[in-house]
Design a protein around this ligand. Sequence first.
Ligand SMILES: Cc1cc2nc3c(=O)[nH]c(=O)nc-3n(C[C@H](O)[C@H](O)[C@H](O)COP(=O)(O)OP(=O)(O)OC[C@H]3O[C@@H](n4cnc5c(N)ncnc54)[C@H](O)[C@@H]3O)c2cc1C
Length: 463
Amino acid sequence: MELTNFSRVAIIGGGPAGSLTAYFMLDIAKQLGIHLNLDIYEPALYSAPGPKGCNFCGGIVSETLVQMLAMEGINLPPDVVQRGIDSYFLHTEQGSASIQTPLDEMRIAALYRGAGPLDCIKRSAEISFQDKVVYKSFDGFLQQLAIQSGANVITKRVAEVIREEPFPVVVPKGGEPRRYDLVVGAVGVNGGGIKLFEKTMPNFKAPQTTTAFLTEIFMDREKVDKYFGNAMHVFLVKIPHVNFAAIVPKAEYVSVILLGKGVNKESAKAFLSHPDVKKCFPDDIDLSPKSCQCHPKVNIGLASPVFQDRIVMVGDAGVSRLFKDGLGAAYITSKACATTAMIHGVSKQDFKQFYLPACKKLDVDNKLGKMVFLTVDLFKWIPILSKGMLRMVQREQQPNVSDKDMSMVLWDTFTGSNTYRSIVKRCLNPFFLTRLFWESFKSLLSRKSEAKIIDYTATEEKS
Ligand SMILES: Cc1cc2nc3c(=O)[nH]c(=O)nc-3n(C[C@H](O)[C@H](O)[C@H](O)COP(=O)(O)OP(=O)(O)OC[C@H]3O[C@@H](n4cnc5c(N)ncnc54)[C@H](O)[C@@H]3O)c2cc1C
């Protein structure tokens, strides 16, 4: 079962996984001298602000992904990147610390998946209605790359995927059924697209998910610059249901991201009224989420099976990375899927041999990720460990200190720049553990330990 000249490929879903799969398949096809007829089914309108063009995301592109894309010749354009993140603030109930990018380069990109928050047009009075696009969409940019490579985008939602053995058939809503040699499921975990495959693939189990809450706070550019600068803020605070909380500065807005089973509007209210969160904002900002908000699902597991003959799942619909770098996982699975389909074939056996290992690797790493997040939770509840961790970071962030073990571990945990495996390995190093326990012990003895440990480096720079 191989793709040959004029083979027909359908990609259902034109988010990052769908567009990148198309881009890689068409690129390999070109190198092999094969002409593919490749359709991407995607109803979203990436030039529209708000939900019409948005794929629900914090919009952090990890430094690893920025690099991997650059190596593919895909450089994120300046009008897509809303801010380059060069540091982050870690807030715990025992204090805060700033962590600079390990290599002193500004490489993490903060962007919008669609064309910005729902109210961004209303807020930009000087922009006429025709020039709708205030912020350029990342997903729109990737879709254009796929189109330039030869993909045909069909702006319809797919209603059904059926089989006319041995071929899969795609039935678009209000359109004619089409038969394909390969169907790629890049439907993510939101919007119900995953259900298409429950009917077509025997015993298909969609990936496990948890909930998230995402909202945008308008501040205007000057205030975002002054209060957040180029720093992402991560919070280890005790709020029910919240496993991970972060604030990411963009252009005129900041995105507030909460992840965890059962997070909802109430969790967002509790988070935004937490004293450690409020102090990051100017006093006159209205923190009630108004600009745009959503309550999407986040992938935390592997679909099973992730393929069958002529059907394969990529991105969130297949597997992702736990609580970080879902876009990086979309890249990894798209590339592995495209290579398998173009070079080896599209049978169940081909996907098992050449595609499954990439998915399994992410899945195994996520299991270690669960351990990492359990440990992070422990730090929330054991103040002495939190203090030890902050003291380690503050020492490491001094000029001329070369060992940055804790800073690197935290950077990689929250930015998605490295695997959980590598994080766990470094955390189990006896020297690392000894230093953590020693700093925790010292903070017990120190009189200062009664006060909050606060590193104002970044704030001072801002003012
Ligand atoms: C709150 C939140 C914050 C996140 N923050 C980050 C972050 O900062 N950085 C990061 O790297 N990752 C983040 N992620 C994860 C990231 O958003 C996903 O991993 C990524 O979007 C997966 O890409 P995808 O293409 O697989 O799926 P999606 O982006 O979900 O795209 C799926 C596409 O399929 C289309 N579709 C669905 N059903 C159909 C159908 N029936 N017919 C046709 N088309 C269909 C949809 O319209 C959509 O465009 C976050 C996730 C959440 C929920």
